[in-house]
Design a protein around this ligand. Structure first.
Ligand code: NDP
Length: 451
């Protein structure tokens, strides 16, 4: 095919939109990658001929299933479960399970697509997948969550396996849910294998997995700053969310001498101008994740802090930002406000927290921007290490794992840099991550022929 016969970016996106009607988050995620990849492959005929990007944007399979369970009042409830297996060119599918009322096929397809590039960047042999359900764990009893997880796994078990597809946690899926799902998998298959990661330490989990995503995002931020001749010391940081990723990002940023002044949940954000100390972060972890309370309660516990109902933290003055809640939580206008208030660098702990127009605002203002697929890859990297430990039936020490996590994040930063340096000196990490993530998967796909 002559170069002029290739579809251009607009035609490619028209096709994606036509084949995936109404799946706006999926369109957004594919577009964000396609912009950089079209540029990169402009003079690389082989990727065009093999239709590599088109194949990557078509999941290997999308599995959708009914999940029935009984609530404590004996009502029968019906939810929808999913597993999107996007691409296994470089290893078994790997990616979290999300339980949230907003979950739908579009969100899981975007997450599975992103995961493919992220996993490639870690340098570990993992393909990309994602799953979940529109089940809302909020306000449910432990017994209800257990019955739901067991019912969910009763269907999912036939699609996953230690060498096939290894899910993990995500929003609404933590240690409790992983425990219930692992128990049900073991019960059905009579096999004790590493089919899930994020497991409890007593039954095959890895040290440092819980901290890995948040810590990794801060390491990435630290590496971007260091490349620019700066550090974290004394910087004011905005963090959104108050779950696993947010609390550990706040913890590591604090340990590195920065001052974290916000945390949030879907009800609003807390502003603590004094900064979150370790003691305060421990309180949030216990209150939000164990007691399943609300972040608004923080102001009753710690004087001087204020709660801003229904708002996001991006209007507070800061040097650095770590969005760690959910997708599309920084709009174009909020990105502009952050820039106006002096933002120097941002690392995405959550998946796709910034809308594409917001990313453009950061790029134009030359704000250092660590995209999710690079910045939050620490979690899946330690999940990959959990798989290795399970296969070898060994456990590594926290020190060893901390060092491996630090090295992997440094490696990801280095891979991004390879393709990220522009002629004006600005390091475009989003572009670097897209190209570095793409190349490894694409070359593996070429090796397999037309499959
Ligand atoms: P958690 O369930 O532990 O915490 C999620 C947090 O985000 C909660 O504070 C929640 O508030 C808030 N949140 C969720 N939805 C919304 C919303 N619509 N608006 C405002 N706040 C919201 O999840 P994680 O910390 O594990 O995940 C957070 C993000 O990080 C997600 O994007 C996830 O995909 C990503 N991620 C997670 C990894 C991991 O290892 N856990 C790995 C890589 C990425 P509330 O309690 O009110 O719901």
């Amino acid at each position: 095919m002559a170069a002029s016969d290739h579809v251009n970016l607009e035609q490619f996106m028209e096709g994606v939109q036509r084949r995936n009607p109404g799946e706006t988050e999926f369109h957004q995620a594919v577009y964000e990658v396609a912009v950089d990849i079209f540029d990169f492959i402009a003079d690389k005929e082989i990727y065009h001929e093999a239709q590599i990007l088109r194949r990557m944007a078509e999941p290997d399979r999308v599995i959708s299933f009914r999940v029935c369970w009984e609530d404590d009042n004996h009502n029968i409830r019906v939810q929808r479960g999913y597993r999107v297996q996007n691409n296994n060119a470089i290893g078994p599918y790997k990616g979290g399970i999300r339980f949230h009322k907003s979950v739908n096929q579009s969100i899981l397809k975007f997450l599975a697509f992103e995961q493919t590039f992220k996993n490639s960047l870690t340098g570990l042999p993992m393909g990309g997948g994602k799953g979940g359900s529109d089940f809302n764990p909020k306000g449910k009893s432990d017994a209800e969550v257990m019955r739901f997880c067991q019912s969910f796994m009763t269907e999912l078990y036939r699609h996953v396996g230690e060498d096939t597809d290894v899910p993990a946690g995500d929003i609404g899926v933590g240690a409790r849910e992983i425990g219930y799902m692992f128990g049900q998998y073991k019960r059905i298959t009579n096999e004790y294998v590493g089919v899930l990661t994020g497991k409890g330490l007593e039954y095959g989990g890895s040290l440092v997995r819980t901290e890995a995503t948040g810590y990794g995002a801060v390491y990435f931020l630290q590496d971007m700053l260091s490349e620019a001749g700066e550090d974290m010391e004394g910087k004011t940081v905005l963090v959104s969310g108050s779950g696993n990723v947010a609390t550990h990002a706040a913890e590591k940023a604090t340990q590195l001498g920065a001052k974290v002044v916000t945390l949030s949940d879907s009800g609003g954000f807390v502003h603590d101008p004094e900064g979150f100390t370790q003691e305060k972060i421990d309180w949030v972890k216990e209150h939000k994740n164990k007691q399943r309370g609300r972040i608004s309660d923080y102001v009753d516990e710690f004087k001087g802090a204020t709660f801003h109902e229904g708002e996001r933290p991006w209007g507070v003055e800061c040097d650095l930002a770590l969005p760690c809640a959910t997708q599309n939580e920084i709009s174009k206008e909020e990105a502009e406000t952050l820039v106006k208030n002096g933002l120097k660098a941002i690392a995405e702990g959550a998946n796709m927290p910034t809308v594409n127009e917001g990313v453009e605002v950061f790029r134009e203002a030359k704000v250092l921007f660590g995209p999710a697929k690079a910045a939050n890859a620490g979690g899946v990297a330690v999940s990959g290490l959990e798989m290795s430990q399970n296969s070898a039936r060994i456990s590594w020490s926290a020190d060893e794992l901390q060092k491996l996590l630090r090295d992997i994040m440094e490696g990801i930063h280095g891979s991004c840099l390879e393709y990220a340096k522009g002629t004006d000196g600005y390091v475009d990490y989003a572009k670097g991550a897209n190209i570095a993530g793409f190349k490894k998967v694409a070359d593996a796909m070429l090796a397999f022929g037309v499959v």
